[in-house]
Design a protein around this ligand. Structure first.
Ligand SMILES: *[C@@H]1O[C@H](CO)[C@@H](O)[C@H](O)[C@H]1NC(C)=O
Ligand SMILES: *[C@@H]1O[C@H](CO)[C@@H](O)[C@H](O)[C@H]1NC(C)=O
Ligand SMILES: *[C@@H]1O[C@H](CO)[C@@H](O)[C@H](O)[C@H]1NC(C)=O
Ligand SMILES: *[C@@H]1O[C@H](CO)[C@@H](O)[C@H](O)[C@H]1NC(C)=O
Ligand SMILES: *[C@@H]1O[C@H](CO)[C@@H](O)[C@H](O)[C@H]1NC(C)=O
Ligand SMILES: *[C@@H]1O[C@H](CO)[C@@H](O)[C@H](O)[C@H]1NC(C)=O
Length: 615
């Protein structure tokens, strides 16, 4: 059911054999020949301009035409299969128009001017907070605004200078955990009267969150799992655990309704370490690799098999509360390392690199052959990932699972089990997508209803970069994908540099032109609420970069860079364009005079997106 909207630019994009070497530390040997490629080329030059090393191998699929060395592409002279023997040492790329720059007032100022990336990393440390965009129908991304949409990243003033442990968003409510482990809630579904984020469950030392249609599932540092209604009204009137009424003056405890959903038969020292929730069901993973599921919403009992308990229906559920946890015993012998949930389906992967799926398969989101007789699969079933690498002599291992809405993703690493003599062993990292993709959320360049065979996401597959640290070519893995109901964002685990503190002390080999930069982050999918963040409303089927979040700082920097330059020349050099948003990886820094380990994280929700400063 491929729609004819299949973007023409993807026609440029030929599928690549995973063995192709896509290392970018050399100047392209073929000049771009298409407009898209010219644009990419301009971007690339711009990047060279700001980067002191010549590595990162991703620029989004629009940029692939010339970059990705593809045997059957129009650039026939490029046929590199192995990295060239003489690995050029990376050099500091000197700015091309040194003379025209505004004079830098200091080394640090110089870094800011030459590099948007450096400035972005710095601003993320100096100015922590939450940027949000997308649908504002539930007053979530801009609580103070009556507008229906926030079209591009904007700060939520309440969170200025706050570090958060987690944030989860729906169009109609938001939930966050502050640095002390207390729950904050806002949005129309929480309360129509209270617009600012408000503390609800306190004193539990919460560490992570998951949300269903109408409840918040929260995990504490000690492994306790709480299920809290979203609605303030329900929190006030619903049944409260006895412990809170025993000690009314227990300052740290909240006088609200919630339920404890920690599995009761955990072994000594075994605790819940991960939670994930769909609209009606949640999964819990324990430290020993067991998985439990329970009904996490209060409107409908999860009846599409997403609990992973064969035969379990509302009618025949065991006695007791409808939302008691069930251990998924059919995957018992497989210690599970990752869990993910879409709206109505579940994915788990084990330590041996296998993946299992269960729940709704109506859009092919379970990754195995679609069977019209069995759209709901209630027993965890193996996704045949080895089949994806059949005939390549590569051994494949699932490293992570991600899901949202009716769409799923797997990251897989493959390598030859026994490399031939003289052959360097190379691991390849790929990302596969399946399920619903009609608004582009598969990221594969296709608009498709039911993708029941995993397809490779070219933008995140078979990428390599040159690591200066140990002079080797390494695969670029995905750090993670945040999958919303119908859009997504992926953070690349590219070699980042955040070691340049703003101090006067210079690290060994550090020059005044060395700069910090973060991880690449790309967005795609449904954009009807502007949730992708491009400022436009067209849906995107290929992963795309955004502009840097802090546009004010960027404009100031650009003014420094471009001072004295003729606009026509800027356009010609492709330098008139702004840089791309990069997200700051984990680093120990000083924030408001204290030392913290923090990073920026992205969260895609239901029609909304946020980037926050996480501890
Ligand atoms: C609260 O949680 C944090 C983060 O997990 C942990 O480091 C800290 O020890 C916890 N505090 C208590 C009192 O358990
Ligand atoms: C808890 O909330 C209920 C209902 O809002 C109220 O009647 C009760 O007095 C509160 N208890 C305490 C200890 O605040
Ligand atoms: C507790 O651990 C023991 C030994 O590891 C194991 O045999 C037993 O099944 C575990 N109990 C549960 C409830 O998992
Ligand atoms: C997912 O599939 C269900 C039917 O199983 C449908 O009701 C729902 O709208 C779909 N959600 C999205 C985000 O496409
Ligand atoms: C180089 O460093 C990377 C991590 O940065 C590591 O994965 C890789 O194994 C190292 N390679 C060698 C040859 O040491
Ligand atoms: C994007 O997808 C949504 C949901 O299917 C659709 O309503 C909208 O028309 C699409 N936007 C464009 C520009 O095609």
């Amino acid at each position: 059911m491929l729609s004819t909207r299949c973007a023409s630019r993807t026609a440029l994009h030929t599928p690549h054999a995973p063995r192709l070497y896509r290392h970018l530390s050399h100047r392209p040997r073929a000049r771009p020949q298409t407009r898209a490629a010219t644009h990419a080329y301009a971007q690339r030059r711009q990047q060279h301009f700001v980067r002191s090393i010549a590595t990162v191998a991703i620029l989004g699929t629009a940029a692939t035409a010339w970059q990705w060395y593809s045997g059957d592409s129009i650039f026939r002279e490029v046929h590199a299969e192995e990295p060239p023997k003489e690995q050029e040492p990376a050099r500091v790329q000197e700015p091309v128009f040194e003379a025209q720059r505004r004079a830098a007032t200091s080394t640090e100022d110089n870094r800011d001017i030459i590099s948007s990336q450096h400035l972005q990393v710095k601003r993320s440390w100096e100015n922590p907070g939450v940027y949000a965009w997308g649908s504002n129908s539930g007053r979530v991304v801009a609580p103070d605004s009556q507008s229906d949409f926030v079209k591009s990243p904007r700060r939520i003033p309440f969170f200025d200078n706050l570090l958060l442990r987690d944030i989860k968003l729906d169009r109609s409510f938001g939930a966050a955990i502050d640095e002390r482990g207390d729950l904050l809630q806002w949005g129309a579904a929480y309360s129509k009267e209270t617009t600012q984020p408000t503390h609800t469950l306190r004193g539990k030392n919460l560490t992570s969150l998951a949300i269903s249609r109408d409840r918040i599932i929260a995990l504490s540092s000690s492994g306790e799992v709480y299920s809290v209604p979203v609605s303030q009204e329900e929190q006030r009137t619903g049944p409260k655990p006895e412990t809170t009424s025993w000690i009314p003056f227990w300052g740290s405890s909240s006088n609200i309704s919630y339920r404890i959903r920690t599995p009761s038969n955990l072994n000594w020292s075994e605790r819940v370490t991960d939670i994930s929730s769909g609209l009606e069901h949640a999964l819990m993973r324990t430290s020993t690799g067991r998985v439990y599921s329970f009904a996490s919403g209060s409107q409908d009992f999860p009846g599409k098999g997403q609990l992973g308990i064969p035969g379990l229906l509302f009618q025949n559920r065991p006695e007791g509360a409808f939302d008691i946890p069930h251990e998924i015993t059919t995957i018992k012998g497989f210690p599970i390392s990752k869990i993910a949930t879409g709206d109505y389906h579940s994915l788990v992967s084990d330590e041996a690199g296998r993946a299992f799926a269960f729940g709704d398969n109506s859009a092919g989101q379970l990754g195995f052959d679609f069977n019209a007789e069995a759209v709901h699969v209630d027993a965890p079933s193996l996704i045949p990932t080895q089949r994806l690498y059949a005939g390549t002599a590569q051994q494949a291992s699932v490293t992570n699972v991600f899901a949202g809405g009716n769409t799923s993703f797997l990251t897989i690493e493959s390598s030859k089990p026994r490399p031939a003599a003289g052959e360097t062993e190379r691991t390849t990292a790929d990302t596969w997508a399946f399920g619903y993709g009609l608004t582009g959320q598969l990221g594969t360049g296709r608009w498709i209803h039911n993708q029941n065979q995993p397809v490779k996401v070219p933008a995140f597959s078979g990428l390599f970069e040159y690591d200066e640290g140990n002079s080797s070519v390494i695969p670029i893995r995905l750090a993670y994908i945040s999958v919303g109901a119908s859009h997504a964002a992926a953070v690349m685990d590219n070699v980042a540099s955040v070691a340049i503190a703003h101090t006067t002390r210079k690290a060994k080999h550090q020059t005044d032109n060395d700069v910090n930069w973060g991880r690449d982050i790309l967005f795609w999918g449904n954009n009807e609420f502007y949730q992708v963040g491009t400022g436009k409303r067209n849906n995107l089927s290929t992963p795309t970069y955004l502009q840097p979040l802090d546009q004010a700082a960027e404009a100031e920097r650009a003014a420094g860079v471009f001072a004295g330059l003729v606009p026509g020349k800027l356009a010609k050099d492709g330098l008139g364009e702004f840089h791309r948003f990069q997200i700051t990886p984990r680093q120990k820094v000083r924030v408001s005079g204290r030392s913290v380990v923090m990073e920026q994280r992205v969260e895609c929700g239901r029609g909304v997106t946020a980037v926050y400063s996480a501890v």
